[in-house]
Write a protein that binds this ligand. Structure first.
Ligand code: GRF
Length: 213
């Protein structure tokens, strides 16, 4: 099977990036992380990528104040590195419409709630988990989805729930959801790179061992 070239997009600590890295090494996923793109020069994920010998690039507002410039910079990186798929792993910036169009159904994102709850504009980081607690929801979780022009609105690939505990804080809930993210994102990358995902309208059909589920 042809090895797919990935660009992983990060903004922070990069634990999801590491989870994908580990899974590629240990679980024989036909993929190579060719590039890590960060929206912040301060992201710890950049050091982690460099330690693994992976090329990194920063496309931030300081260097590229206009969104058009950031899109141009990212598109030319994706071309230069011959990228097949983009993996948004804790990426807090907006992916521009030209990138989405060019990479239709080839960009996936991990979100730390069960979409369509607690997602969309303003729902990122601790805010998501605080909103779950404030609402009194008994279940949260993680979602991997394709990226479309909306915020967290693209077709859902995988979801897994996490029970909210009575004494949870945003921090404790975030930590349990993050563990699930580390499980789901590599799984979705594996399915994507093996060509097992088919988008039909809003639904993602997963073709496992010849069986559609
Ligand atoms: C994760 O919850 C991710 O879903 C979110 O940012 C958090 C940290 O991700 N959007 P990471 O450690 O940088 O992968």
């Amino acid at each position: 099977m042809q090895v797919k070239r990935l660009a992983v997009f990060v903004s922070g600590t990069g634990s999801n990036f590491l989870a994908v890295c580990d899974a590629i090494e240990k679980e024989n996923i036909p993929a190579k992380i060719a590039l890590v793109i960060s929206s912040s020069a301060k992201a710890l994920a950049l050091n982690r990528a460099a330690q693994k010998g992976i090329s990194t690039a920063v496309v931030d507002r300081a260097t590229y104040p206009e969104q058009e410039q950031r899109q141009d910079a990212i598109l030319s990186l994706l071309k230069d590195y011959n990228i097949d798929y983009c993996i948004l792993a804790g990426y807090l910036a907006i992916v521009g419409p030209r990138i989405i169009q060019e990479y239709r159904n080839r960009i996936i994102n991990i979100h730390p709630s069960l979409i369509p709850s607690f997602c969309g504009q303003g729902y990122y980081g601790k805010r998501v988990h605080q909103a779950v607690l404030d609402y009194g929801a008994k279940i949260s979780g993680a979602t991997v989805h394709f990226v479309d022009e909306g915020t967290d609105t693209g077709p859902i690939i995988l979801q897994k729930s996490v029970k909210v505990q009575q004494d949870d804080t945003a921090e404790t809930l975030a930590a349990r959801v993050l563990k699930v993210e580390h499980e789901l994102l590599p799984k979705a990358v594996d399915l994507l790179c093996r060509g097992k995902l088919q988008v039909v309208g809003r639904r993602v059909i997963i073709n496992q061992e010849g069986v559609l589920s």
